[in-house]
Design a protein around this ligand. Structure first.
Ligand code: G16
Length: 550
């Protein structure tokens, strides 16, 4: 075994997006593509490490969502890490670790950081997507400062250092080595399950299943399966078969592992049947997203965050109340109303879980959430699908109420924020950029303009000043806010791998309980029309409607 130095030349386009570097598998499989990116990351970490020691003597966590190329990439990364002075790698067995589990392991084992192999909810398989991201010692996604430094390094990287050691046995628990570096293959579930036991009343949940509480969790053939099976069926006594699509497959069984009503249609269909279980839920590819479903009743992620905030004290881990809450800008303002009533701070951040990290670290917030089916708390520094499922199960156990009645009670108390997201997928990049540029140019003329019964009170390109480190993030999405509180938001997705995806977020508030049961798309139709009027969506995209409306 020895360390080899291999010459390389930079690839363009290795700038991480909303959550890491995501590309087609075929792109990642090009010789040196992954190596260049990982070498750049290791170089930056070596330059930035504490005490000037960089990665020397440090522990990294490594694992992924099990998608195609995961197992090969793990071996490649181990060989590069060993050449970079890393002392120890904690590797999930089989190369498997969910995103929240990576975060939990980093925190519990006080690792230097972790590498997550995932393209999240993006489809997998040889023709699908692959991805890689770095999480720091707080367990959370790397800051923009770090990802920009890595990107800069990818533009100049000229050599890769790697061990020529043989592959290790990633399916066998225990300690092996690559050169001087120890690799401990760990149980991917153990650390994560320990965190869940600290937060939830497992006896209460066990009692619910013992009394016949029924549940269907769709793991979408992705990494959440082993976690949900071990905790729900193994530890809490849920009947076998409660977790479906539980085995992680390299191509997610052909599913699009994005837990929304469109892609998790099988779960929605089950929950609409007369004998539907009490509670339904789904998770995405790397198990950080969640969708909560009652009997024939889907909970929007924004409402989920608002309800969790309102009832948090019912869950043992949050019995002393919340320090504050945070939501991404396009997430509905439902949680703002709850925070106001509770007298706690509510922060509005750009899209991307990384923006919550500083607030959580500084003890300014306890719960966070996003419209993109993500909720999480200070227990880790990622959103967490199974945690959200256990939280909602706990709320049902503590109140004896169904998902639907909890949500309807919430609307009656706080009002309803009707909310939808329209995705225009596969738009030509130039057309999407032209649409956004047109909107930006129109911003100064919009405040005060009248659209039907509403007029615009604020029109801007959202900028965020991090209240902890003062960093400024500009151009995070166009907001139109109206005098009745309605909002229309436009931004381009930062997680896709083909063309551009325009996201249009529509929201309006309804205080009157008698008017809270209108079908969502109908309730927001006038705002969709207004959005097209202002941005020329059909004109720019050539599409007469969204590809997905959730
Ligand atoms: C990632 C980020 C989330 C973000 C989401 C949507 O989720 O972690 O914070 O809300 O992307 O991003 P976009 O609208 O740019 O596509 P995930 O689950 O893909 O890692």
């Amino acid at each position: 075994m020895s360390i080899q130095t291999l010459p390389t030349t930079p690839f363009t386009g290795q700038r991480p997006g909303t959550s890491g570097l995501r590309k087609k598998v075929t792109v990642f499989m090009q010789p040196m593509y992954l190596e260049n990116f990982v070498q750049s990351l290791l170089d930056v970490l070596n330059a930035s490490g504490a005490d000037g020691h960089g990665l020397r003597g440090q522990t990294l966590v490594l694992g992924g969502d099990g998608r195609y190329h995961n197992r090969v990439a793990v071996q490649t990364i181990l060989k590069l890490a060993s050449a970079s002075g890393v002392q120890r790698v904690l590797l999930g067995r089989g190369g498997i670790l969910s995103t929240p589990a990576v975060s939990a392991v980093i925190r519990r084992r006080q690792a230097f950081g972790g590498i997550v192999l995932s393209a999240s909810h993006n489809p997998g398989g040889p023709d699908g997507d692959f991805g890689i991201k770095y999480n720091a010692s707080n367990g959370g996604p790397a800051t923009e400062t770090l990802t920009e430094a890595v990107y800069a390094r990818t533009l100049t990287v000229s050599q890769v250092c790697a061990s020529d050691a043989p592959d290790i046995a990633i399916d066998t628990l225990g300690v092996q080595s690559v050169e001087q570096m120890e690799v401990e293959v760990i149980d991917p579930v153990a650390d994560y399950a320990a965190v869940m036991r600290e937060l939830f009343d497992f006896d209460l949940l066990r009692g619910m299943f013992a009394r016949g509480f029924s549940m269907r969790v769709d793991a979408m053939c992705a990494v959440g399966g082993p976690y949900a099976k071990a905790i729900l069926e193994g530890e809490l006594g849920a009947p076998a078969g409660t977790v479906v699509n539980a085995e992680p497959l390299e191509d997610f069984g052909g599913l699009h592992p994005d837990p929304n009503p469109v892609n998790a249609e099988d779960l929605i269909a089950h929950m609409a049947q007369p004998d539907a279980p009490d509670f339904g839920a789904a998770m995405d590819g790397d198990a950080d997203r969640n969708m909560v479903v009652g009997r024939n009743f889907v909970v929007t992620p924004s409402d989920s965050l608002a309800l969790m905030t309102a009832h948090a004290r019912l869950v043992p881990g949050y019995k002393d109340g919340l320090l504050g809450v945070a939501r991404s800008m396009p997430t509905s303002a439902a949680v703002d109303r709850v925070a106001k009533k509770l007298g706690i701070a509510c922060f509005e951040t750009p899209t991307g879980w990384k923006f919550f990290g500083n607030l959580l670290d500084a003890g300014r917030v306890t719960l966070c959430g996003e419209e993109s089916y993500g909720t999480g708390s200070s227990h880790v520094r990622e959103k967490d699908g199974l945690w959200a499922i256990l939280f909602w199960m706990s709320l049902q156990g503590a109140t004896g109420r169904s998902v639907e009645s909890l949500v309807r009670e919430h609307w009656a108390a706080y009002g309803r924020n009707y909310y939808t997201r329209h995705d225009y997928e596969g738009v030509a990049v130039d057309a999407a950029n032209a649409l956004m540029a047109g909107l930006r140019a129109a911003l100064p003329g919009l405040p005060g303009q009248q659209f039907g019964a509403r007029h615009v009170t604020l029109a801007d390109d959202f900028a965020y000043a991090d209240p902890v480190d003062g960093s400024i993030s500009k151009a995070q999405g166009i907001r139109l806010i109206f005098d009745d509180g309605a909002r229309v938001i436009f931004r381009l997705s930062g997680t896709g791998t083909e063309g551009a995806t325009l996201r249009l977020y529509l929201e309006r508030y309804e205080a009157n309980p008698a008017l809270q049961d209108v079908p969502v798309q109908q309730a927001l139709q006038d705002l969709a029309t207004l959005a097209d009027q202002v941005a020329g969506i059909a004109r720019h995209t050539g599409m007469d409607g969204p590809s997905v409306a959730t």
